[in-house]
Design a protein around this ligand. Structure first.
Ligand code: FES
Length: 123
């Protein structure tokens, strides 16, 4: 029921961890299940240099978290803000319909982390 890409990112998640003194941190909870994702960004000149995540959640949440970190590394903030939950799910070759809500965490946490960075910089 899960694609090979979902299984790959679930069993071997990329960029797990924390960034000390992160430029921006975003944390979101999934209202449907209570799962939580936190994402850390290291930003320089409006480019995402590094990104790490910690997710307390189901396999689909971990796979989408992992995928979104790969999608944003090296991107500008504007490009990263355009990444949608749908785009993350598509990058994983899709999620089962009952698991689509799990993809909400990844892009939402990313957008929160960018907002956190912008607020800290007083922009
Ligand atoms: Fe909670 Fe998937 S069941 S994010």
């Amino acid at each position: 029921m899960y694609t090979d890409k979902v299984m790959d990112h679930f069993t071997n998640p990329r960029n797990v961890g924390e960034i000390k003194d992160a430029s921006g941190i975003g944390e979101v909870g999934n209202a449907k299940c209570g799962d939580i994702m936190r994402i850390y960004l290291d930003i320089e000149n409006d480019i995402i240099k590094d990104v790490k995540f910690k997710t307390f959640g189901c396999g689909a949440a971990i796979a989408t978290s992992s995928m979104v970190t790969e999608m944003v590394k090296g991107k500008t903030l504007d490009e990263a803000l355009k990444i949608s939950n749908q785009a993350v799910a598509e990058a994983l070759d899709g999620l089962p319909p009952a698991k689509m809500h799990c993809s909400n965490l990844a892009a939402d946490a990313l957008h929160e982390a960018i907002k956190d960075y912008i607020q800290k910089r007083g922009k």
